[in-house]
Design a protein around this ligand. Structure first.
Ligand code: F58
Length: 839
């Protein structure tokens, strides 16, 4: 039974002393003060905002844990199929505000804090972001966890507990400088499970022998052992008692005789070194976004985490005593990109080498268990690992991969006899020097479904990187699940006033659970009062951002200006260079206009934010250029309020929560066909900002939902990109004349030493303009002019923004999760307890 561990006669005492959650400001204060005084050992005389944050977080954590314990018991008891979401990144941001929203009682705590002399906002902002991710992929995982819990699906996330998250970005003299992000000083949201550890093996060799029945047996032996330790993070759902678990693995030296021997023989220092080497595995998040670099430590991270997670999943399954063939009815595993692909050969190894299943039986279980989500078609981002490296680190897995490949290629040969080129193209092993393991092919072959993250992207994977596989498996193996975002964080938390206004019109906050209800806002599009309030909220969010800019950078921006925002990782394909060239163009236009003409410009603030991968020189040059332009423009008296350029340092989740509600226009301007989906586009629209964008990723579906009149699309289409690239290299090529003028200004030294930007400009002028900046420049500029006009017509603009919000219902991550649950995982929510047992 659920309460099996305590004998019945004693349960009464247990129940009697079950902690009672606080419900009043006074009870909250009592809890918070108790935690500050005892748990944190701070006192009345030594209590600052960070201590109060600690006390508040712990008071809410206590409440979460009760739900968490209960959810885990219920899920175990009901033994329904669970989904395990394997992601090397979970970009969670802050937890306290989210916990308060989900547990309820934020108002109670706000009152309590003010009685203690503190403001809730200040306390919330004490929390360090949990930044265990690079960008969209990691944030998507976080939104999915929120939706899984809110929809009562039995689900666990599995990831790595990095000691250092994505680096902190500082801008020094206009250049990006990376600073380590040590975030674990005080983290009340995780629980180390000292009793849950798994020994993980690396290197070593494979033994092969024949058993009594003449069957070949394999075992993997020797090598290095590192211990994985579980750290659990509660994931509460909104308005439900469900509190799921995110299990992050930390690495530690295995406490075996290895260390002990060394210690005894006096090699104390080297035993400490071993310890440190083990701890390095989970030390740091790799900061590359959409670029793979084949580092051994990264492969170690991947195997470490996959092996620990699978061991845990298999152990849980074995406790139920069900037959192996039932495994896929109990377990669904979703691979967030190819980073967890080693889970496929690892499960096959467990089933065949350890559990003694026949290869085919095991393989059928594996394929039914896994689903694979692809997030990119960029060739430089597709993971490949060198065969010699894998041979060294994971010798048995490499054998298994070779066998998987052999059986797969035999099947292809039977289907398409004598097509040797086809075999070469679809082989998991690339015949290069050195040979490489193509992880995306392994993930695809080992899964029953493969999905892209927006319609265009899901179509593209079928016609480009996975084209041959559509012939082999048929189209049904491939599907689309368009990305989404959680409205709890990205509307209610980030924009409480807008959420309240919507609630006042829709009769409550139900739209936070069913975002499609937003469509009812269309009824109010002509309501004068509503329009006014809607505008005021946007304005106040802009004031808040302007204040943030003033406080952090000392620059004054006018909140009545058009706020044009591009915040995301800095990458050539995302084309921040196109944006800044556009800004320079505008600057030149202002400079050459007469005082009379200047009055016609729409005042703008161009806001940029985002990190460049530390070794990505071109991206760093873009950051440098933006800062140089900002320097010149912001200090030019001719320009004044007509144009300001801001580069916000260290863009992260909690800053996104301030920025997204404050935009008038945001830029999603990737070269068509390169951005798999994008998710910040959704965040901006949901907060009543409009978009300038290319026909790429989810922009296309956003357009379909909100209507062409409410979005500013420009640029070439994905279907023309190849031809344009070809024309650049082999045909007649003319740089766009307006862009040429921008380049002239840069060359003339207007923005500092032009040598710094030589490579950036040459990429466009000399080296084929791979991202088609020149091809799209004229249409970009024109569309920006259109935006200026439209923005000046306040009524027209208001209508567009309201309709946009009203039509964003589709982009909730709740919808995504229901789609995954139904079409990929085949899981059902766990029925909730009776109403009266709920808070
Ligand atoms: C992003 N990928 C896509 N990768 O670029 C974006 O279009 C999409 O909306 C999002 O995934 C969610 O589907 C992305 O963020 C990474 O950051 C990887 C991190 C690990 C190394 C390779 C890139």
């Amino acid at each position: 039974s659920v309460e099996a561990s305590i004998p019945e006669p004693q349960r009464e005492a247990w129940r009697k002393f079950m902690p009672k959650p606080f419900t009043t400001a006074e009870e909250f204060e009592k809890e918070a003060v108790r935690h500050i005084e005892t748990t944190l050992a701070r006192s009345l005389y030594n209590c600052d905002e960070s201590a109060v944050y600690g006390g508040t977080a712990l008071a809410f954590r206590d409440r979460l844990i009760l739900d968490w314990n209960k959810t885990q018991q219920t899920q175990t008891f009901k033994d329904q199929k669970r989904v395990y979401y394997l992601s090397l990144e979970f970009l969670m941001g802050r937890a306290l505000d989210n916990a308060m929203l989900n547990v309820g009682q934020k108002d109670v705590a706000t009152k309590g804090l003010s009685e203690l002399g503190f403001r809730m906002e200040d306390i919330i902002s004490q929390e360090h972001d949990a930044a265990l991710g690079n960008g969209g992929l990691g944030r998507l995982a976080a939104c999915f966890l929120d939706s899984l819990a809110s929809l009562n699906y039995p689900a666990w996330g599995y990831g790595l507990r990095y000691r250092y998250g994505i680096f902190k970005q500082e801008i020094v003299d206009g250049f990006q400088v990376e600073v380590p992000d040590y975030w674990l000083d005080f983290n009340p949201w995780e629980f180390q499970r000292h009793d849950i550890t798994v020994d993980i093996q690396f290197y070593g060799h494979v033994n092969r022998w024949q058993d009594d029945e003449g069957k070949l047996q394999y075992s993997w032996e020797g090598g290095e052992i590192v211990q994985a330790v579980a750290f659990d993070v509660p994931i509460p759902g909104y308005q439900t008692q469900t509190c799921n678990n995110l299990r992050l693995w930390g690495s530690k030296a295995a406490s075996g005789e290895f260390d002990f021997q060394k210690f005894n023989s006096g090699e104390y220092e080297s035993s400490v070194a071993d310890q440190q080497r083990a701890e390095t595995i989970s030390a740091v998040l790799y900061p590359n976004d959409n670029l793979e670099r084949g580092k051994e430590l990264r492969l170690k991270q991947q195997y470490f985490w996959c092996a620990a997670s699978l061991y845990d999943i298999v152990r849980r399954f074995k406790k139920t005593k069900r037959a192996w063939k039932d495994f896929p009815n109990a377990v669904a595993i979703q691979l967030n990109d190819t980073h967890p692909t080693l889970a496929i050969p690892e499960l096959q190894r467990i089933l065949v080498d350890i559990e003694g299943l026949e290869w085919d039986e095991a393989w059928s279980i594996v394929q039914k268990t896994f689903g694979y989500t692809n997030h990119t078609v960029l060739p430089e981002a597709l993971e490949k690992w060198s065969v010699p490296l894998m041979q060294h680190l994971l010798p048995r897995h490499l054998q298994i991969i070779y066998d998987i490949n052999l059986f797969f290629l035999q099947k292809v040969e039977r289907m398409f006899p004598n097509d040797r080129e086809l075999l070469g193209r679809v082989s998991i092993i690339e015949e290069s020097n050195p040979k490489m393991v193509r992880m995306a092919f392994l993930a695809l072959i080992g899964s029953h479904k493969v999905n892209g993250v927006a319609e265009l992207h899901s179509d593209l994977i079928k016609t480009t990187i996975f084209k041959d596989f559509v012939k082999i498996y048929g189209p049904d193996k491939f599907t689309n699940v368009t990305n989404g975002i959680t409205p709890r964080r990205w509307l209610h938390q980030a924009n409480p006033r807008l959420s309240a206004l919507i609630a006042s019109k829709l009769g409550g906050h139900d739209f936070l659970k069913d975002l499609t209800l937003l469509h009812k806002l269309e009824n109010f599009v002509d309501d004068k009062e509503f329009r006014k309030e809607f505008r005021e909220i946007k304005y106040s969010n802009k004031v808040r951002l302007a204040k943030y800019i003033k406080d952090t950078m000392g620059i004054t921006v006018n909140p009545s200006s058009l706020f044009d925002v591009q915040v995301k990782r800095i990458h050539e394909y995302k084309r921040q260079q196109l944006n800044i060239f556009g800004v320079i163009h505008r600057y030149l236009e202002i400079k050459k206009s007469s005082p009379e003409e200047r009055k016609k410009f729409t005042p703008r603030v161009s806001i940029f934010g985002g990190k460049a991968a530390p070794g990505y020189w071109m991206a760093k040059a873009v950051i440098h250029l933006i800062n140089r332009v900002a320097n010149v423009v912001n200090n030019d008296a001719d320009v004044g309020d007509l144009l300001k350029v801001i580069f916000l340092e260290d863009y992260n989740v909690s800053k996104a929560e301030i920025i997204c509600p404050a935009s008038d226009i945001s830029e999603h301007i990737s070269t068509a066909g390169t951005e798999a989906s994008g998710t910040s586009n959704m965040k901006f629209c949901l907060n009543g900002g409009l978009i300038i964008g290319t026909c790429d990723g989810a922009n296309i579906e956003i357009t379909r939902e909100i209507g062409e009149d409410n979005i500013f699309l420009f640029g070439n289409l994905a279907e023309n990109v190849d031809d344009l690239r070809h024309a650049h290299l082999y045909g007649q090529y003319q740089l766009d004349p307006q862009l040429a003028a921008v380049f002239d200004a840069i060359h003339s030294g207007t923005f500092g030493n032009p040598d710094s930007f030589e490579a950036l400009l040459n990429g466009i002028v000399e080296h084929g303009d791979y991202y088609l900046v020149s091809d799209d420049f004229a249409s970009y500029i024109q569309t920006q002019d259109l935006i200026d006009k439209s923005f000046r017509d306040t009524e027209e603009w208001t209508t567009k923004t309201i309709l946009t919000v009203a039509r964003m219902g589709f982009f909730s991550s709740d919808r995504c999760i229901d789609e995954y649950a139904e079409s990929i995982w085949n899981i059902e929510p766990i029925a909730q307890e009776k109403e009266d047992e709920k808070k």
